[in-house]
Design a protein around this ligand. Structure first.
Ligand SMILES: *Cc1c(COP(=O)(O)O)cnc(C)c1O
Length: 372
């Protein structure tokens, strides 16, 4: 029996998307790091990683040490880069597990080197340069000091890469992109002048798909791997295939007379006698309460798209089915094939599909896989 509430991830779609991205990178001579931070953008980091490695990716990227170690514990041996840390974290287990570590300051470097000494093996470093995002990364002004400290580390440090992250990748002709590339190259040249021979990486999904000149040695697509188009093209026009389908099963069906208020605050009243279907998915599960603030949330149920009526509650929504036949146990597609898309939700909410996909979680959403 299908779960009451389910985020189904189609791993065949993940493989399709990775093959496309890795194929484009390969044409530029670049390798592909699939980004599986935030539990694979809500799709499950381990299954997505395995699918991605089968489809042509050779690296994995994560945000935290815990996320990196989870991949190792699952038996994944591919290179993994972890990039957002506090300087007081213990890097020993990560170095022992052969995790590549991003470093953005001399303080962070010192912490990583302490871990390397405890682990008794060199730390594999990706030196991150802030080329104009002003988030993580070392400013060019402080770069020589960072290189001095790396030099001083001797055998404890192995510099794998110099890298950065773009501010405007979704606008492929934005002038900041070229400026960021110039600064990355400047930092890379300074590293090479010290006798280092690091690779370079810069491109996320959008840049991987639109700017082959930014592929450099390695690309780092995330969102596109999950089939969500970084350029916001509609599903029908995108070469990508959305991997996640969010669906729930109808818990209760009933005929309700005209003039009855529906859900908290009675924001909607039955205009006539109608059939209402209750779907057990609410804001605790990743259906944002704001999604139906304007009464525009839709689901695919019993053969067609139907409106959600009244407020989204913590645990449930109500679907108006008119005089159509609907049964308890029927599957309602919240987003995915036949229903609205994650992009539709994002548009309605004034956000991006990244937030929609990572928002589908909680103890009640069963994650299932198909296309294995
Ligand atoms: C999340 C992230 C990516 C992937 O970005 P997408 O836009 O999802 O492709 C790449 N690099 C870094 C540093 C990131 O934080």
């Amino acid at each position: 029996m299908a779960p009451r509430l389910e985020a189904n991830v189609d791993l065949a779609a993940v493989r399709h998307n990775v093959a496309l991205l890795a194929g484009a990178a390969r044409e530029s001579g670049a390798a592909t790091m699939v980004v599986v931070k935030a539990d694979g953008y809500g799709h499950g980091a381990v299954p997505v990683s395995r699918a991605a490695l089968r489809a042509g990716a050779t690296w994995l990227g994560v945000c935290t040490l815990e996320e990196a170690l989870e991949l190792r514990w699952a038996g994944i041996t591919a290179p993994v880069l972890s990039w957002l840390h506090l300087p007081d974290e213990d890097f020993t287990p990560a170095v022992e597990a052969g995790i590549d570590l991003s470093v953005s300051s001399t303080r962070h470097l010192a912490a990583v080197l302490a871990g390397a000494r405890r682990a008794g093996r060199p730390a594999r470093l990706h030196l991150k340069v802030d080329t104009g995002l002003s988030r993580n990364g070392c400013l060019l002004h402080d770069w020589p000091d960072l290189l001095d400290a790396v030099e001083k580390a001797g055998e404890d440090a192995e510099v794998v890469a110099v890298w950065s992250h773009l501010a405007y990748a979704d606008q492929p002709t934005n002038p900041t992109i070229d400026r960021q590339l110039v600064r990355l190259n400047e930092a890379w040249e300074l590293a090479r002048a010290r006798g280092l021979n690091p690779i370079r990486h810069l491109a996320n999904s959008a840049a991987t798909m639109t700017r082959p000149d930014l592929h450099l040695d390695l690309v780092r697509p995330g969102i596109a791997v999950y089939g969500l188009d970084p350029l916001d093209r509609p599903v029908a026009e995108s070469p990508l295939r959305p991997a996640m389908e969010f669906r729930g099963r109808v818990a209760l069906v009933k005929r309700v007379p005209a003039g009855e208020g529906v859900s908290y605050g009675h924001e909607w009243t039955t205009p006539r006698e109608t059939t209402l279907a209750l779907v057990p998915a609410g804001y605790a599960d990743g259906v944002p309460r704001r999604l139906n603030a304007n009464g525009r949330m839709r689901v695919h149920l019993a053969g067609r798209i139907r409106p959600v009526v009244g407020r989204v509650c913590m645990d449930q929504v109500v679907v108006d089915c008119g005089d159509d036949e609907v049964h308890e146990g029927d599957v309602a597609v919240l987003f995915g094939a036949g229903g609205p898309t994650a992009q539709d939700w994002a548009t309605e909410l004034g956000t991006i599909h990244y937030e929609v996909a990572t928002g589908v979680h909680g103890t009640r959403v069963r994650r299932t896989y198909s296309g294995e």
